[in-house]
Design a protein around this ligand. Structure first.
Ligand SMILES: Nc1nc2c(ncn2[C@@H]2O[C@H](COP(=O)(O)OP(=O)(O)O)[C@@H](O)[C@H]2O)c(=O)[nH]1
Ligand SMILES: [Mg+2]
Length: 235
């Protein structure tokens, strides 16, 4: 009997950024135009990645400024990976991610899981507000282990978003088993969208301190200060 591995992924992002559409396109292979913004759901997909069968449970987290209920907090804390989604058409959804990243990490407490940054809606290129370079830079600043752009409408890179996430979970687990005392951040790299390889090197090492400063996992008060053109979070 083929053994199925289970991977739990939580998807975060501002309302209207395109989270649910992205998840549904991956799980059901369809672009659903109207999805209730007030629904939080878990979607499951059984799929083969690199000759292994996985059951991927995806929690489409309902965006909230007021925190999450206990059950949601438990499910987030139980995640193997997190995907932070913004719309490349919306500066607001992009800028809101730092705060969301901090909140996610505080819920994860000391658990170090891979976080992937995803810019979606690339099919509406004429309306783009956030360049791929800005996405790459944000991924580095936040200590994300991967960055991709995609379109749920055309299905561009949709499978890659989730497959990359699964591979990052596996490689991090493997690294932890081999080097239990090595901080995972030292070996993490940011992947850029293959289409943008002209603008950025395809692999870049992350500033080891970035994740510690911006996304400290320890519980405690979160303070925000202004730094250059973007909000800098000090936990
Ligand atoms: N053109 C285009 N529209 C998208 C894409 N992804 C989502 N949308 C639209 O963006 C709106 C918000 O999407 P939704 O998934 O509900 O956002 P959520 O609130 O983050 O879950 C909906 O009208 C979607 O049809 C995309 O890749 N391309
Ligand atoms: Mg939604």
């Amino acid at each position: 009997m083929v053994q199925t591995k289970n991977i739990r992924i939580s998807v975060f992002g501002e309302i209207d950024s395109g989270k649910s559409t992205l998840v549904l396109q991956y799980v059901q292979s369809q672009f659903v135009e109207e999805i209730d913004h007030h629904i939080q759901d878990i979607y499951t997909k059984r799929t083969e990645i690199d000759n292994e069968i996985y059951q991927i449970d995806i929690l489409d987290v309902l965006d909230s400024d007021y925190g999450f209920d206990t059950r949601t907090e438990e499910m987030i804390a139980d995640s193997d990976a997190a995907i932070l989604v913004y719309s490349v058409l919306s500066e607001r959804s992009f800028n809101s991610l730092i705060m969301k990243g901090v909140r996610v990490c505080s819920l994860l407490k000391h658990k170090d899981i891979p976080i992937i940054l995803v810019g979606t809606k690339t099919d509406l290129e004429d309306l783009r507000q956030i360049s791929a370079n800005e996405g790459t830079q944000m991924a580095q600043e936040m200590g994300c282990v991967g960055f991709l752009e995609c379109s749920a409408k055309t299905r561009y890179n949709v499978d890659q978003v989730f497959e990359t996430t699964v591979r990052k979970v596996l490689s991090q687990r493997e690294a932890e088993q081999k080097l239990p005392k090595e901080p995972a951040t030292n070996s993490q790299e940011v992947e850029t969208n293959p289409d943008q390889s002209q603008q950025e090197p395809s692999q870049q090492s992350i500033k080891p301190q970035a994740r510690e400063i911006v996304l400290d996992r320890s519980a405690g008060p979160i303070k925000t200060t202004q730094n250059t053109d973007r909000c800098c979070i000090i936990v």
